[in-house]
Ligand binder design. Structure first.
Ligand code: HEM
Length: 234
């Protein structure tokens, strides 16, 4: 009588690990080695596929954070925003690995495999561009309920400990997203240059605009206002 250690989950793959993670299905999503336009294409596709998974996941956590904000659960909402910031930071480090790709190799991939595709068409990224619009009204409603303003929180962070932590988490997320955009711009300039047009026929240099668009501009403005209140004399 042997012990049964074989898989018990349904699905493809020899082990429950493969069946749960859906490893066969996941790897089927990659272009087979023999169809790659260039050996470097695998890194390009893997990076984008991994990025879409993480962007999709961040959106999932943002939806949860929004619900928690609506319910007044500030502490858990802050934890989730902190998690999202960490994921975006990871994503930033992940995409710059593509800077190890020689521009000439990228051009082989670009001209034979990408069609008119552009990261600007990423559905995950498009959703995350709306994070500011989605969270800000809930944040304002929360502050109204608690009868406090952002500048009051900034003036007395320890009196408003929980809300200050939320503001910090929102800024952390915003900053991570801006840093992602900045690093992506540097990546694009490194691989195709800044004085060229994208596959969508827009100037690559336009990426710079996005690095100047925070999701929560009011929070950043409040920090400037606080500095003004201290009447710096320099
Ligand atoms: C060799 C690497 C890459 C190059 C040369 C590159 C180049 C570009 C260029 C020129 C643009 C602006 C014009 C346009 O929309 O077509 C762009 C936009 C974009 N790319 Fe990339 N990219 C690279 C890798 C990535 C990766 C790994 C991602 C991950 C998802 C990504 C996501 C995006 C996004 C989200 C946009 C829109 C950005 C915005 O509107 O601010 N790109 N990319």
């Amino acid at each position: 009588m042997g012990t049964h250690t074989g898989p018990i989950l349904e699905g493809r793959g020899d082990t429950d690990y493969e069946r749960y993670v859906r490893v066969p299905e996941l790897l089927d999503l990659q272009k087979p080695a023999e169809l790659l336009a260039h050996p470097e294409e695998r890194l390009f596709q893997t990076t984008h596929q991994a990025a879409e998974l993480w962007l999709h996941h961040v959106d999932y956590e943002i939806i949860r954070a929004a619900e928690l904000l609506g319910a007044g659960d500030v502490s858990l909402a802050s934890d989730l925003l902190d998690r999202c910031a960490r994921i975006i930071n990871l994503l930033r480090q992940q995409i710059v690995i593509l800077e190890t790709m020689a521009p000439a190799d990228y051009h082989v991939v670009r001209t034979s495999s990408l069609g008119r595709g552009s990261g600007g068409e990423s559905p995950g990224f498009a959703k995350l561009l709306t994070v500011g619009k989605r969270l800000w009204p809930l944040f304002e409603a929360l502050l109204a309920t608690r009868k406090v303003t952002v500048i009051e929180i900034e003036r007395a962070p320890r009196e408003h400990r929980e809300l200050f932590r939320l503001v910090q988490a929102m800024l952390d997320y915003d900053e991570a997203f801006l840093n992602w955009r900045y690093s992506h711009m540097r990546l694009a300039f490194r691989v195709i240059g800044s004085k060229v047009m994208s596959l969508k026929n827009v100037p690559a240099a336009q990426l710079e605009q996005g690095t100047r668009e925070p999701l929560f501009p009011e929070l950043w403005e409040t920090i400037s206002s606080l500095t003004q209140e201290f009447k710096p004399s320099y």
